[in-house]
Write a protein that binds this ligand. Structure first.
Ligand code: IVH
Length: 710
C-alpha cells in the first residue's frame, strides 16, 4: 500500500505496518512544525492543520498502543520542543554514591560492610577500585542486543530520553552480541581535555556557547534536541554498572565489567581488585598520581564490593548503594579578594551570607560568589562554638581562599590575616531582615538566623514560588525565576495556587497577559498551555515543590513511595500531629527519616495558613500516585514483622532493611498487630507471646523462602 493511500484510510482500517509508517511520518511532520513554530518563529502550517495531524497521531496510538514511542508527539503538549526530551521511567533506579574524603572514611566503609554482613575481622572483603569519571551518567537499554533506549539519570527515577543522541556516540554500540535479552548498561558520558579545548576553540570562532569545563560541555552536548549537533561533539562513554538485566552477567563486579568490555564497551583500564582498605587507599594514590595525565577529568575513586551476591545482600539506602563509595579527591583552591558580604533571604527565611569575590578561576570554573554559611562561620566558630580557621574571622576586603569540590557550591575556606587591609572592622551580621525589615532571630541550637516575616516577607514568598516552579519541582515552561518575580511584584501570583487561576484571572482572550511587557501571543499561549500540563503532577514532585524545610527531593520521593497516594499521606500527616501516636511512630520508622525532618513535615501540614495554602493548591491538581517499588507485589508488603532469636544467614540490620525495602514494617515487640514472627534459635519470650496471640511464626529459612531469597 502506498504511503498516501494509507494516510487517507480510517484509523480502523490501518494494519500495524501502515500504522507504524504513518506514525513515523506524523512524528516527523509534527516535529518540523514544532521547530518552525517554536524555535524558528516561522510557522509553516496553520494551527488547524497542526491540530488535525496531532489528533490523527493520537488516534493511531490509541488503536496501536504498542507502537507508541517514548518520544511520541502526543507526549509534547503545546510546549516548545527546546524545553525538553520525553521522560523515561528507569526500570531500576539510577543511584548516586555516598562520599568519603579521607582514609578513615574508607576504613569505616569497610567496617560498616563487614558489620552489616556479620563478617569477622578475619574475613576480608574484596573490592573493585576504579576512577570516578567526572561526566554525566547514562543508562543504555539493549533488547535482544539492540540499543532501544538511552536515558539520562534525571532525578534517579525518571530521566530524559536521549536515544537519538546516544546513537551518535562512537563508544556506544548500537548492536551487541552475547548479551542477555534485556540489558541496561550504565556508565558515564564525558569529554576528553583535548576535545573540550578544540570544541571551545570552534565555539568561539562561531560565536557559540563557551563551556566552563568538560563536564558541562558533555552535558550540554548530550542534551541537544538536534542529534546532528550531538554528532559533531566528541563525546565518549565508559561503562561501569548496569540496571535491569534478564540474566546476571557474572558473579563478580570485575567479571561483569569484563563481559561488558567483551561486548564492545569501553571500560576503564585503571580498574583493579583490592583486598581491604589498605590496598584500596594505595590504588587511590596511584590514580591520583596519574590524574593529570589521564586526558579526562576524574574527581575521585569508586570502590565497589566485588561479590555480586554480597552487593545484593547489602542493598540500598534511599539513594545510594551500601556496597559502594566514592573516595573524592581533595577540592581545588584559589586565593582572591572578598569585595563585599551580601545577605540573601531564602524561602525558609534563612539569612545566608554570600561572598562577592573578585572573579577567580578555581579548577577551571570562574567563581565570583561563594557561600559564607552563617554568622558563626564568619566569626570563625563552628556550631558548637569551637574555633575554625584557628578562630580567624572574615571581613570585607580580606584576601580569602576559595574552595570548590565538584558540584559543591564554592565556599570561602580561609583568610590570610597578613593581607588584611588597615582599618577593617568585624562583620556585623544583621538582626533585621534586609528584605522586609522584620526581626531576624536565631533559635536555640539553630546555626541560622531567620527572618520572622513569614509570607509577609517578599523574599520568602518569592523564593518559595521560585522553588515551586523550579526544574525538579513543577518545572513550568515559561515560568522561571524572572517571571515569578515579575508576577509577584505586580500581585498576580502570591502563592502557588494562584498559578493555576492565572488564566481565569488574566488570560481573557490572552489580552491582559499579552499586553504586559515581555509577553506576546505565542509566549502567553505557551505559558497557559504549560500550566495546564502541570495540573497533573507526580506526588513526589508536589511534595518537593512545597519547599518544606528539611524535605528535599529525595525525601519527597521517599514519602511518595511510602504513602503511595496524596490522600493517604495527608491522613497520615494529620494523624502524626499527635506526637508519639502510631502515625508519628510509623513516620519515624521510615528508613531515612529522622526526628528533625518528621517534625518539620508534620508542622507544615498542621500550621493553619500553610495548610490552607496547600489545600487551595491541591484543589487545582490531580496528584499522581507513586509506585511502591519492590514492595507492591511483595508477599510481606504492609505486614508487621518481628525478628527474634539468632539469625544465621544475615545480620539483624540486614534483615530489617530487606524487610522494609519489601514494604514490611519491622517492629521490636510482638503484639496483636504483629503479622509474622521470624524466630531463630534461642527465641524466648517473643516466641511465647506470639504463640499465645496466634501470630504466625516461621524460622529464618522460612523467611528467606517467603521473600524469594533462599
Ligand atoms: S557507580 C549504583 N562508578 O558518580 C552505583 N559511578 O556520584 C552507580 N560515576 O551517578 C554508580 N564514575 O554518574 C559509578 N566508576 C564509576 C563512576 C560513577 C562516575 C558517577 C555516576 C554516579 C555519580 C555518583
Amino acid at each position: 500500500m502506498s504511503r498516501q493511500s494509507a494516510a487517507a484510510l480510517d484509523v480502523e482500517d490501518l494494519n500495524e505496518e501502515d500504522a507504524r509508517a504513518e506514525l513515523a511520518r506524523l512524528a516527523e511532520a509534527l516535529g518540523a512544525a514544532n521547530t518552525a513554530y517554536h524555535r524558528d518563529d516561522a510557522p509553516e502550517i496553520a494551527d488547524a492543520e497542526y491540530d488535525a495531524l496531532k489528533a490523527r497521531n493520537s488516534a493511531i496510538e490509541a488503536r496501536f498502543p504498542q507502537l507508541k514511542q517514548a518520544d511520541s508527539p502526543s507526549e509534547r503538549i503545546g510546549a516548545d520542543p527546546a524545553d525538553g526530551f520525553a521522560k523515561v521511567t528507569h526500570a531500576v533506579r539510577m543511584l548516586s554514591l555516598s562520599n568519603g574524603f579521607d582514609d578513615a572514611d574508607i576504613e569505616e566503609f569497610d567496617d560498616r560492610i563487614r558489620r552489616y554482613l556479620g563478617l569477622g575481622d578475619a574475613a576480608p572483603v574484596t573490592y573493585t577500585a576504579e576512577p570516578k569519571i567526572d561526566g554525566l551518567s547514562l543508562s543504555l537499554r539493549y533488547e535482544s542486543g539492540h540499543l532501544v533506549q538511552a536515558a539520562t539519570r534525571g532525578d534517579g527515577a525518571v530521566g530524559e530520553n536521549v536515544t537519538a543522541n546516544a546513537r551518535t556516540i562512537d563508544d556506544i554500540p548500537t548492536r551487541i552480541d552475547g548479551a542477555p535479552d534485556v540489558l541496561e548498561v550504565r556508565g558515564e558520558v564525558y569529554m576528553s581535555h583535548a576535545d573540550f579545548a578544540a570544541l571551545n576553540a570552534r565555539q568561539s570562532k562561531t560565536a557559540g556557547k563557551i563551556f566552563a569545563n568538560p563536564r558541562n560541555a558533555a552535558a550540554g552536548s548530550l542534551r541537544q534536541l538536534d542529534s546532528e549537533i550531538t554528532r559533531q561533539r566528541p563525546l565518549r562513554f565508559f561503562a561501569y554498572a548496569w540496571g535491569e538485566i534478564s540474566t546476571p552477567l557474572a558473579e563478580t563486579q570485575m567479571a561483569a565489567i569484563a563481559r561488558l568490555s567483551g561486548m564492545g564497551f569501553q571500560t576503564n583500564p585503571l580498574t583493579v581488585l583490592c583486598k581491604g582498605p589498605d590496598e584500596m587507599i594505595a590504588h587511590y594514590h596511584e590514580i591520583e598520581q596519574q590524574r593529570a595525565e589521564l586526558g579526562y577529568d576524574i574527581d575521585g575513586v569508586v570502590y565497589k564490593v566485588n561479590e555480586l551476591e554480597l552487593q545484593r545482600r547489602l542493598g540500598f539506602r534511599s539513594t545510594t548503594p551500601r556496597w559502594a563509595i566514592a573516595h573524592k579527591f581533595p577540592a581545588e583552591l584559589a586565593w582572591t579578594r572578598l569585595e563585599a558580604i551580601h545577605i540573601q533571604v531564602g524561602r525558609t527565611g534563612a539569612l545566608s551570607p554570600v561572598a562577592r569575590l573578585t572573579p577567580v578561576t578555581v579548577g577551571g570554573v570562574v567563581v565570583s560568589n561563594a557561600t559564607l554559611h552563617n554568622e558563626d562561620y564568619i566569626k570563625g566558630r563552628d556550631a558548637k562554638g569551637n574555633p575554625i580557621r584557628e578562630g580567624k574571622d572574615i571581613r570585607e576586603g580580606d584576601r580569602v581562599q576559595v574552595y570548590r569540590a565538584g558540584d559543591v557550591i564554592p565556599k570561602v575556606a580561609d583568610v590570610d590575616l597578613s593581607k588584611r587591609p588597615e582599618g577593617t572592622a568585624p562583620y556585623a551580621f544583621p538582626t533585621t531582615c534586609p528584605e522586609c525589615g522584620s526581626e531576624a532571630i536565631r533559635e536555640e541550637g539553630d546555626a541560622v538566623r531567620r527572618c520572622t516575616g513569614g509570607l509577609v516577607c517578599p523574599a520568602q514568598a518569592v523564593e518559595k514560588l521560585k522553588h515551586f516552579v523550579s526544574r525538579a519541582a513543577f518545572d513550568i515552561e515559561g515560568l522561571g525565576a524572572k517571571q515569578v518575580e515579575q508576577f509577584y511584584r505586580d500581585g498576580w501570583i502570591r502563592e502557588p495556587a494562584d498559578i493555576f487561576t492565572l488564566k481565569d484571572r488574566y488570560g481573557q482572550g490572552m489580552q491582559q497577559l499579552k499586553n504586559r511587557e515581555g509577553w506576546g501571543d505565542k509566549s502567553a499561549h505557551n505559558l497557559f498551555a504549560a500550566i495546564e500540563q502541570k495540573r497533573q503532577i507526580p506526588f513526589g514532585r508536589l511534595l518537593f515543590a512545597l519547599g518544606i524545610r528539611h524535605v528535599g527531593e529525595q525525601a519527597s520521593n521517599l514519602f511518595a513511595r511510602f504513602y503511595g497516594t496524596w490522600d493517604e499521606f495527608i491522613a497520615a500527616m494529620d494523624g502524626a500531629a499527635e506526637r508519639g501516636g502510631p502515625e508519628w511512630e510509623r513516620l519515624l520508622g521510615i528508613d531515612g527519616v529522622g526526628e528533625v525532618m518528621a517534625r518539620s513535615l508534620v508542622t507544615s501540614f498542621a500550621q493553619f495558613h500553610e495548610r490552607d495554602s496547600i489545600d487551595r493548591l491541591v484543589a487545582h491538581l490531580t496528584v499522581e500516585e507513586a509506585a511502591r517499588p519492590d514492595s507492591a507485589d511483595s508477599p510481606v508488603a504492609g505486614k508487621t514483622v518481628v525478628f527474634t532469636g539468632t539469625l544465621e544467614k544475615m545480620t539483624r540490620a540486614e534483615a530489617k532493611a530487606r524487610a522494609e525495602s519489601l514494604g514490611a514494617k519491622v517492629s521490636g515487640s510482638v503484639s496483636a498487630k504483629t503479622d509474622l514472627l521470624v524466630a531463630g534459635p534461642g527465641a524466648g519470650s517473643k516466641a511465647k507471646k506470639a504463640a499465645e496471640l496466634g501470630v504466625e511464626t516461621i524460622d529464618e529459612d522460612g523467611w528467606l523462602d517467603l521473600i524469594g531469597d533462599a
